[in-house]
Design a binder for this molecule. Structure first.
Ligand code: ADP
Length: 395
């Protein structure tokens, strides 16, 4: 089967056409600047084709993707008939969607109903779904939710200590995100480490621009660091993560700012970017660290320390841990960050093998053979996870 995986954001749309037999992407790409001017970058066999084309809205963008996939020169399929199914990433499934589902009108209404929980993401995801349904009528489509894997969290993990009416009236609770990645990576880590997934305690650290930690016990998410929104938890590229909520009021009064302005600061101007004043990108941050920039040194330390605290908390929550897994841009690639975090974990009997940790973007056990807890790097592949779910539901 060939599955088109679509990740539709407000101004960009990423896609991969995945062959379900080889599990390889035969083409990938991104439409950027949708609604502004438009650019499509299409990649086939390592070759990159950049097309400056007007993309006034998402339907045009999907049309351009389908044109690129079937193009005589750089396309990879002869006609759209070769696309057997489409898998859509949907950010928020609320409490309604506990697993991936085949999209029909009722599912669309369900995703719409979750839109106030993810006002920036779900409407964009829906635009992508509707555009695909229009341009590829009859092709089965599946929605895969970032939140679904975390729906197994117990009440004590997902409940905020605020008046219960807020849960009853508005469903305010912890949902968690990156679920597709946490599920994919924890499963793969169990295979690589030779653990029984259904009888194991795994902590996954998804450290990218957005970052979250999840406690996966016996194959189920039992706690995760992101909350109602992706703002909670770790310090991230530009997000603050956990702060005292009273800070919002304090800044509002001191600087005469609105809630929207402060939320923008916490989402876009905080994290390692805000703390360092250098960059949200850890490669820039590490260059600054090497040049002796104290703000960059301190920001990295805060980032590391928060991951360490979540690992401690989740080890306690599961009464132990068998494996700690690093994934996403930073977790997969950055041996310094992995090592810095693990230096705090001697109390768990963890020791890192510096040679084994000297890897980038590959699956590896980076702890020593006698380390009491296995530490691993496992590349995530959310698109493949979406394609697998799609095949499982419509194949
Ligand atoms: P997202 O999907 O949330 O946008 P990614 O998972 O792509 O984020 O991760 C982006 C982060 O990973 C950036 O901070 C980037 O600096 C870091 N990163 C990517 N590649 C490397 C690398 N080779 N070494 C160190 N950090 C890296």
């Amino acid at each position: 089967m060939k599955v088109l995986v679509i990740n539709c954001g407000s101004s960009s749309l990423k896609y991969q056409l995945i062959d379900s037999v080889t599990e390889q992407a035969v083409a990938t790409g991104i439409c950027e600047r949708i609604g502004i001017d438009g650019r499509l970058v299409h990649k086939v066999n390592g070759e990159k084709i950049t097309l400056d084309i007007a993309l006034p809205e998402h339907e045009t963008a999907i049309g351009a993707v389908l044109d690129a996939l079937t193009n005589k020169e750089y396309g990879v399929i002869a006609s759209l008939n070769e696309i057997d199914a489409v898998g859509h990433r949907v950010v928020h499934g609320g409490e309604h969607f506990t697993k991936s589902v085949v999209i029909d009108d009722e599912v669309i209404r369900g995703i719409e109903a979750c839109s106030d929980l993810a006002p920036l993401h779900n409407p964009a995801n829906l635009i992508g779904i509707n555009a695909c349904r229009k341009l590829m009528p009859g092709v089965p489509m599946v929605a895969v939710f970032d939140t679904a894997f975390h729906q197994t969290m117990p009440h004590k993990a997902y409940t905020y200590a605020i008046p219960k009416e807020y849960y009853e009236n508005y469903k305010i609770r912890r949902y968690g995100f990156h679920g597709t990645s946490h599920s994919f990576v924890s499963k793969r880590a169990a295979e690589v480490a030779g653990l029984d997934y259904n009888n194991s305690k795994i902590i996954v650290c998804h450290l990218g621009n957005g970052a979250s930690v999840t406690a996966v016990m016996n194959g189920k998410s039992v706690d995760t660091s992101m909350g109602l929104t992706p703002l909670e938890g770790l310090a991230m590229g530009t997000r603050s993560g956990d702060i005292d909520p009273a800070i919002v009021e304090f800044i509002a009064k001191k600087e005469n700012k609105t809630i929207d302005e402060i939320m923008n600061i916490l989402n876009k101007k905080s994290g390692v970017y805000g703390m360092s004043g250098v960059s949200s990108d850890f490669r820039d941050l590490e260059n600054a660290v090497n040049e002796g920039n104290q703000f960059a040194i301190d920001a990295t330390e805060v980032f590391v320390y928060k991951v360490v605290k979540y690992i401690g908390a989740y080890t306690a929550a599961m009464n132990g841990v068998d494996a700690i897994v690093f994934t996403a841009g930073l977790g997969e690639n950055d041996k310094i960050i992995r090592n810095s975090i693990c230096q705090y974990l001697g109390y768990l009997g963890i020791t890192i093998d510096q040679d084994k940790n000297n890897v980038r973007g590959v699956e590896a056990i980076v702890s020593t053979d006698d380390s009491k807890v296995k530490v691993m790097a496992i590349p995530t592949n959310e698109e493949l996870a979406i394609a697998r779910d799609t095949v499982a539901l419509v194949g």
